[in-house]
Design a protein around this ligand. Structure first.
Ligand code: GDP
Length: 456
């Protein structure tokens, strides 16, 4: 493991900017405690700070004037989040006082931490593996119960444990093969080879359910992309607002006013939903509208679900059929809006789509529509008991690992030399190591940790 112990001691506010009951400033590195001692006056005299013990006192600036009444704690290495010496100062939660304290420590020679640097140090010091570090950011960013549940499981090491176990078993098999590379005169005996194959098959078969969980996992983590599609004036913006329960998109009587796409997020029974309102689709010569139509058409392709909105109080028009032709029927629901008006539309013209009558105006049918959306995906936002993957990076790595294991099995079939067998297994191991971080390239690490906020 690379060592992350750095010469530099870093500092950053650990709590969000803004007013709050308390603000926490975190220091990590070899001079953390010394820096605290310079400016902190405990209320009762202390010879040596006990680790993980809160001390009450006052923080003074370099001229000795009082900055704030605080609580301070020292967490000695390696029993800390980063694995380094950590100091936390709990001050009053105002943006000015927090900045003054951070500035005081920076003037004393500390460096402002980069985004995610505390967690990066934790990873480099072996305090948590990469998939768990990624779960930290997912947990902070999660906007729904399902997403945070998924992240907490990953943080707890559910995925890491599976990967470590797989790796350990593959390493055992690899060393068996490598023993034969060292002694080329001895062939691997047929029973030993059969045993190797059985082990590798078992490992490969354990990767499959993880890969299969990706679609549901991704939806739980990132949310479901739901696109609202339909000709102008059927009530798309009104539906978006009604579903959100707030007026966000502009609603007007002039057809085609929602020129660009509007995106909003909300949660249906624990399932995060990204709702996208498109410009009305219809054949148009207005270049701005045409661009909107083009974008909507693009988005149809990437949406998890399309809500095709039609106006139930009118006959269907060619523009309705234009939109109908754009959608894939197994990923769309027909929303027949304006159910508060007399029903005129002939729904049979939209065969193949399950229809839900709603009124964006008075809210009728919206709960039923939400239920239908939720029931279409992953049992309505339940995080299943078995371990799920939700990250594209993890999926990529698992796919590569599975391919390498399949190549290994094919190589055994075609009686390849042990060198080739070892190569396949090493590749499989390397790919698995990218998930937990042992073999992840530096630029990917940079990318991952730059997604963090400062202070984490
Ligand atoms: P969009 O162009 O498809 O986004 O349509 P809008 O949401 O702007 O709505 C167009 C018009 O239909 C507005 O005058 C809305 O007030 C009206 N409207 C939308 N939903 C309903 C509904 O459920 N019932 C009735 N009666 N009118 C609605």
């Amino acid at each position: 493991m690379k060592s992350g112990f750095s010469e530099e001691t870093i500092v950053a506010p650990a709590t969000a900017v803004g007013e709050g009951g308390i603000g926490i400033i975190r220091l990590s590195g070899t001079s953390a405690e010394l820096t605290l001692q310079r400016f902190f006056r405990p209320s009762r005299s202390v010879d040596v700070f006990e680790s993980h013990q809160l001390y009450h006192g006052h923080l003074l600036d370099s001229s000795g004037s009082l900055l704030d009444e605080v609580l301070a704690v020292v967490m000695r290495a390696p029993r800390s989040y980063t694995g380094e010496e950590i100091v936390e100062v709990h001050c009053h939660g105002g943006p000015v006082i927090i900045r003054q304290i951070v500035d005081l420590f920076i003037d004393a020679g500390l460096r402002l931490a980069r985004p995610g640097e505390f967690t990066l140090r934790a990873f480099l010091n072996g305090r948590l593996d990469l998939s768990r570090a990624e779960a930290v950011i997912d947990l902070i960013r999660s906007r729904s119960e399902s997403a945070s549940q998924l992240a907490v499981r990953q943080l707890d090491g559910a995925l890491s444990r599976i990967i470590y176990d797989l790796r350990e078993r593959l390493v055992e098999n690899l060393s068996l093969i490598e023993a034969h590379i060292d002694f080329p005169d001895e062939d691997i005996s047929p029973p030993a080879l059969a045993n190797l194959c059985a082990n590798v098959k078992k490992a490969r078969d354990e990767i499959d359910p993880l890969l299969a969980s990706f679609d549901s996992g991704r939806v739980l983590r990132e949310g479901l992309n739901v696109l609202i599609l339909g000709r102008p004036n059927v009530g798309k913006s009104s539906l978006l607002n009604a579903l959100l329960g707030e007026s966000r998109a502009i609603v007007t009587d002039i057809p085609g006013t929602t020129r660009d796409t509007v995106e909003e997020s909300f949660v249906i029974s624990g399932l995060p939903i990204r709702l996208i309102d498109t410009a009305g689709v219809h054949a148009t010569s207005d270049p701005i509208e045409a661009e909107g139509v083009r974008r909507a058409t693009e988005k149809v392709k990437t949406a998890d679900l399309v809500l095709l909105v039609v106006d139930g109080s009118q006959e269907a028009s060619p523009d309705d059929f234009f939109a109908f032709d754009l959608v894939e029927k197994d990923r769309a629901l027909l929303v027949v809006n304006k159910s508060d008006c007399p029903a005129v539309l002939d729904r049979s013209r939209f065969s193949g789509l399950a229809a839900t009558p709603v009124s964006a105006k008075n809210g009728a049918g919206l709960d039923l529509l939400k239920d239908k959306i939720a029931s279409l995906f992953s049992a309505g936002g339940e995080v299943s008991e078995s371990t799920m993957i939700s990250d594209r990076r993890h999926r990529e790595a698992l796919l590569r690992s599975r391919e390498a294991l399949n190549r290994f099995l094919a190589s055994v079939q075609s009686a390849q030399e042990p060198e080739f067998l070892a190569l396949d297994l090493r590749e499989a191991l390397h790919a698995l190591g990218e998930i937990t971080g042992e073999t992840t390239p530096d630029e990917i690490l940079d990318q991952i940790f730059s997604r963090f906020c400062i202070g984490k």
